[in-house]
Ligand binder design. Structure first.
Ligand code: ADP
Ligand code: GN1
Ligand code: MG
Length: 370
């Protein structure tokens, strides 16, 4: 939703910011929050910020969510300072509201937050250079390692069952059954494709339940555009979009990055002949992720990396299709059938990974021995 300027000005006035608003305009390509880039004129020049209206129909406990972000960013801040890094650039920095809270609740009940804008960085929607993808892998791997001694019990579960693929499948089936907009007929092959893989949706959940895979504090939304790459050094400098930092499986973090970044086409490409899983990029990411995790992954985790990639892609396809069937109320859409198009790219990727399965497994085996 694009807000009226006066709404934005009123909201901004409730944060502890110096100066006057020079500009504020929609920014980024996230599917969930409403993001703006804010420019403030302050003594000595201008300073930029990220203003966001949190999506409180998806994140039903925005106060708990902000508590998570305060806790996670202050924990990371300490570690960054300890290793001589720059805490203003290497993690998100919250600008407090005038009442001292980490967010502002406006008169219409919306929840807003402001972060310092991390200058001199780029967030990519597509891999342009292999090294950027490598760096994003190192950063996401390192992120979960840095959080390995974070007290997981203080985290609110911001979206329950977020990557519970079995639950995602049940919700998908419910949507097919309800079919409130009679859209199921336009997605029959996709529905059948997913149904044929129901058994696979249990693999990771079962291993977690049996204690064969550890629960860690993970990011859970590891798209390439949720990393800021430093323009000067080319390193992944800041992991952003911390709304879904929760206990989870490292395989899901790995998998989400692959489905987005190792694809040869955009997530919403309509020409499916352009969509495939680039094995070179897959290998680049495996190497970077293993390096970032720094030996912290168990053998069971490493042996399931390819499975993580495939199942996160399947899960994401299922989520896009569920949202399409239910009327596009979750992911922002910018055109008709947008979520169906997104679902199709994910399923095409799953099919492609199935064809390349032996090679994917061989890549993981090779990289883990190096
Ligand atoms: P969403 O949950 O909707 O994806 P994000 O928090 O990822 O929202 O923000 C959307 C985009 O805004 C990001 O992909 C990134 O390009 C940009 N962005 C977010 N936070 C910052 C920041 N602190 N500094 C610079 N850019 C940012
Ligand atoms: C959403 O917020 P964003 O755009 O980074 C979604 C992810 C999906 C992704 C698909 C909270 O991520 O889970 O994988 O879209 N985030 C949430 O592009 O649902
Ligand atoms: Mg994002």
């Amino acid at each position: 939703m694009i807000d009226q300027k006066e709404t934005l000005l009123q909201v901004i006035g409730n944060f502890l910011l110096d100066g006057t608003v020079e500009d504020v305009y929609p920014y980024g390509s996230g599917h969930i929050n409403d993001t703006y880039r804010l420019v403030m004129r302050q003594s000595g020049g201008t300073r930029r910020y990220i203003l966001q209206r949190m999506n409180d129909s998806i994140f039903t406990n925005p106060v708990g969510l902000m508590e998570n972000i305060v806790n996670v960013t202050s924990f990371l801040r300490k570690k960054i300072i300890e290793k001589g890094g720059d805490p203003e650039r290497e993690t998100l920095n919250i600008v407090p509201a005038r009442d001292g809270k980490s967010y502002y609740k406006s008169q219409d009940g919306s929840y807003w937050r402001i972060y310092l804008f991390v200058e001199g960085t780029t967030s990519f929607d597509r891999v342009e250079k292999q090294d950027d993808f490598y760096q994003s892998a190192v950063s996401f791997g390192n992120f979960q390692r840095l959080l390995s001694d974070f007290p997981a019990q203080i985290l609110h579960e911001t979206i329950p069952n977020f990557h519970n693929t079995v639950d995602r499948y049940a919700k998908f089936q419910e949507a097919v059954k309800l079919d409130p907009l009679s859209r199921a007929q336009s997605a029959e092959p996709e529905i059948r494709f997913i149904e044929a893989r129901e058994a696979e949706t249990h693999i990771l959940c079962d291993k977690l339940a049996r204690g064969e895979l550890p629960l860690r504090v993970t990011h859970n939304d590891t798209k390439l555009n949720n990393i800021l790459i430093d323009n000067a050094t080319g390193k992944g400098i800041c992991v952003i979009d911390l709304d879904t930092v929760m206990p989870g499986l490292v395989l899901n973090d790995f998998g989400d990055s692959i489905r987005f970044g190792a694809s040869t086409a955009a997530e919403d490409e309509t020409d499916l002949s352009k969509v495939s899983c680039d094995l070179e990029l897959f290998e680049v990411y495996v190497r970077g992720f293993l390096a970032g995790c720094g030996g912290s992954l168990t053998e069971a985790e490493i042996s399931m990396l390819a499975t993580g990639a495939k199942l996160m892609t399947l899960e994401c396809g299922m989520r896009f299709l569920t949202d399409y069937l239910l009327g596009d109320s979750y992911f922002k859409i910018h055109r008709e059938n947008h979520n169906l198009d997104r679902c199709r790219t994910q399923l095409k990727l799953v099919a492609d990974m199935e064809e390349k399965w032996q090679e994917m497994e061989a890549i993981v085996a090779r990289c883990s021995k190096q």
